[in-house]
Ligand binder design. Structure first.
Ligand code: AMP
Ligand code: GLY
Length: 426
């Protein structure tokens, strides 16, 4: 069968790796310069950069499944456009993708379906937002969220009215995030431990994936600025059965049922970003795709055929497959460029990837790399590589991931030293 992967980061390289392990997969096409993905896929000659060029390619090549990694094309309606032309797709249609694409939409959805979440109000204008702050309805700290996609830059936790007013002015008056700040959500600040709970759904049935813990801050001990994710780990027993049951009963099932009854059965990955509060788990946000770098550890624990699962999701027969998840653990250490998450150089030569992968259980996924004119693998992003290892215990997986990371070098490279070594963090 022929597959097409949309996206260009570490998550997508991991998806390609997982697909290639399947005997069902004969060809995978991609249109990215990511050196890891390029080495494992066939370059797709697209006629342009928009959605239509992907659809035309998929139709022309009679692609059996398009796997969409990132949120942006989902929110732009790529899945709808493919389905209209008869191409099976792994990823939700636009209406469902709005659960991530619009915070106002997702808050209204959760409120209407009584899914536990922070109390909030949506403001259409800066005046409305300022008055919500002046009324002090949510106390302080208060959370200000831009409505649209903002690549992780759309949420401000403001400790007082001045900070809140500044965030509102930035988003709505200065328009620092462009159209993503046309509307704002103002909400109460929840306190607790954060947890990502991801499920696969074909619109009718669903199956949960193992829980992965992300480390979002740039430096050890959760210090420094927020990033896209500096590493992850996944190990059995991260949450207990009782909590898992609560999350499924109060959040996952009501969300999927609500999507169905609202007319947009959810197909793909529903990623519930949760806060475990004293009153129970509450939704912070939905994402409508795999997490990055959560995918790197979650899929390393999959012992079943991912292509078969992805096809079952697309064709609405997920109830006929039973993914087997390993009792092993996995750790992913992200190697980042000098200066990341601020501005960073690119084009730095990367050495040692093969040596790293010679370590038993280690695999390196490319996030921000490309080939230079002489065919060398060089950096081309903030997060450059995800060095993963799978082993019988979390301690061993982390040890092996760090041993592998130690064999890789590029100028200015930095990474956290405590991934998988502290449990309850973010
Ligand atoms: P979101 O994009 O909505 O997940 O927000 C990004 C991050 O902001 C989350 O991972 C949380 O750490 C934090 N956050 C979002 N909403 C809240 C909230 N209501 N209370 C506390 N923290 C929040
Ligand atoms: N690692 C967080 C995300 O993918 O949204």
């Amino acid at each position: 069968m022929k597959f097409f992967i949309v996206g260009s980061g570490g998550r997508e390289h991991t998806l390609v790796w997982a697909l290639r392990r399947s005997p069902l997969v004969k060809k995978i096409y991609s249109a990215t310069t990511n050196a890891g993905i390029r080495s494992q896929t066939i370059p797709a000659n697209l006629s342009g950069s928009g959605i239509e060029s992907i659809v035309d390619f998929a139709v022309g090549e009679k692609i059996d499944l398009v796997v969409i990694g990132p949120e942006q094309p989902l929110v732009e309606g790529l899945a709808d456009a493919l389905v209209r032309r008869g191409i099976p797709v792994f990823g939700p249609v636009q209406k469902a993708a709005m659960l991530e694409g619009s915070k106002a939409f997702s808050k209204e959805f959760m409120a209407r379906h009584r899914i536990p979440a922070a109390r909030s109000r949506t403001a259409e204008t800066a005046e409305e937002a300022f008055s919500l702050i002046d009324d002090g309805e949510f106390g302080f700290p208060v959370v200000i969220k831009a409505d649209g996609l903002a690549a992780g830059k759309g949420v401000v936790i403001a400790s007082d009215a001045a900070e809140a007013r500044k965030a509102i002015a930035d988003f709505m008056v200065e328009r620092t995030l462009g159209g993503a700040g046309n509307r704002l959500v103002v909400e109460e600040c929840l306190v607790g431990r954060e947890l990502s709970y991801l499920v696969l759904s074909d619109g009718h049935s669903y199956t949960a994936m193992p829980v992965a813990q992300d480390h979002k801050r740039a430096f050890d001990d959760d210090k420094g600025p927020n990033t896209g994710g500096m590493g992850t780990f996944s190990t059995p027993g991260l949450i207990d059965h009782e909590l898992e049951r609560t999350i499924r009963n109060l959040i996952v099932e009501p969300s999927l049922n609500a999507a169905l009854s609202d007319g947009f059965p959810f197909k793909g990955v529903l990623y519930c970003g949760l806060m475990l509060t004293a009153e129970g788990p509450k939704v912070l946000e939905y994402n409508v795709r795999f997490g990055d770098p959560e995918t790197q550890v979650i899929l390393r624990r999959l012992d079943s055929d991912f292509a078969e699962i992805a096809l079952a999701v697309a064709h609405g027969r997920l109830d006929q497959v039973r993914p087997a998840w390993s009792g092993d653990s996995a750790t992913c250490v992200v190697l980042a460029s000098e200066g990341y998450p601020g501005s960073y150089p690119s084009g730095r030569v990367i050495n040692g990837i093969e040596d790293a992968e010679a370590i038993d259980g280690a695999l390196v996924f490319h996030a921000g790399t490309k080939l230079d004119d002489s065919g060398r693998v060089v950096t081309s992003g903030g997060r450059v590589l995800g060095v993963t290892a799978r082993a019988t215990t979390l301690e061993l997986a982390s040890e092996l991931a760090y041993k592998a990371a130690g064999r890789i070098h590029f100028e200015g490279m930095h990474f956290r030293k405590d991934i998988g070594r502290m449990k309850a963090s973010n």
